[in-house]
Design a protein around this ligand. Structure first.
Ligand code: GUN
Length: 301
């Protein structure tokens, strides 16, 4: 790549790190004013079960974001052997804790624990992940709710980069409860007016959907899945993948890569989120936003 094409390519990058810093700075400012006026800070409780290395990193980064912006936070680290009942009891104590506005149980949970039962034991008013059926139901119905942080981060990036969604064809690859389903449900709302296709592992001729898309949201957890020959010119690509792949050139033996083959898509696309530095930082920023919103609802009620 020469310096001219490099410059053009740089302009295509959707900088999630930059936008997340702006969102967090706005929240920090608001928290500082609230605390100066004598109010308690917003509080967020993290529950981490087991030793999954990626989950440990995510929770550490979320805790750091809390201290950076002036939130109170507490992290409970529990062993893999914890019972479902003990975990739910801990959630109940946070449900009743007046210093806590948001509760986040890092997923996935060990196999012997029923994830859905755990999610439903969180008071939906403190469900800053937006995973409780009360919040997912509201989201589908277009009623104000906690929006899951990754889809919320994606819509924030689209807005702040003035990326038009109305009347556009959006193809979502992946149907998870955390990303695929909620982002599809959000983008069909009147606020966004997109026409959305949701593709998954059983979709026939997936390429026909990606070739037809003005915006592609890749959230399948498959490294470098979306290739340059699967997209049309001027598509906007949002890469939600965070995949650990072996890399002998990295000091820790692995590198993080997205669901999009960045190299083959960069030239053809209009804009693209990088991995890392795209959607990932936005997830944390929007968790802070949801927690601040929960706090305001609690203290002003
Ligand atoms: N695991 C992967 N993403 C998430 C998330 O957004 N929230 C929680 N609680 N667990 C996750």
């Amino acid at each position: 790549m020469n310096s001219v094409t490099e410059n053009i390519s740089l302009k295509k990058i959707i900088d999630g790190k930059l936008i997340s810093s702006k969102v967090k700075a706005e929240i920090k400012e608001e928290v500082s004013e609230l605390v100066q006026s004598g109010k308690r800070p917003p509080g967020l409780a993290f529950i981490l079960v087991g030793e999954d290395p990626a989950s440990k990193v995510y929770v550490k980064n979320k805790g750091k974001a809390c201290s950076d912006i002036g939130f109170y936070s507490v992290t409970e680290k529990l062993p893999d052997s914890i019972s479902e009942e003990e975990l739910i009891n801990l959630i109940q104590t946070f449900n009743n804790d007046e210093k806590i506005d948001g509760i986040l149980v890092q997923l996935p949970l060990p196999k012997h624990i029923n994830e859905q039962r755990v999610i439903e034991s969180i008071n939906y008013k403190k469900d800053v992940d937006g995973f409780h059926p009360e919040n997912t139901g509201r989201l589908v119905s277009g009623i104000k709710s906690f929006i899951p942080c990754t889809p919320y981060g994606i819509t924030e990036l689209l807005k702040r980069y003035n990326i038009e969604t109305s009347g556009k064809n959006v193809t979502v690859i992946g149907r998870s409860n955390i990303v695929g389903k909620p982002i599809a449900n959000l983008l069909i709302q009147k606020e966004y007016n997109a026409t959305v296709s949701i593709c998954h592992s059983k979709t026939k001729d997936l390429k026909s959907y990606t070739l037809n898309a003005d915006i592609i949201i890749a959230a399948i957890g498959s490294p470098d899945f979306l290739k340059g020959d699967m997209i049309k010119e001027d598509v906007v690509i949002i890469d939600v993948g965070i995949n650990r792949v072996e890399s002998s050139s990295s000091p820790n033996g692995y590198k993080i890569t997205g669901d999009v083959d960045f190299e083959s898509c960069l030239e053809k696309c209009k804009m693209i989120t990088p991995v890392p530095g795209g959607v990932g930082p936005m997830t944390i920023a929007m968790l802070m936003k949801n927690t601040l919103d929960s706090y305001k609802k609690i203290i002003y009620s």
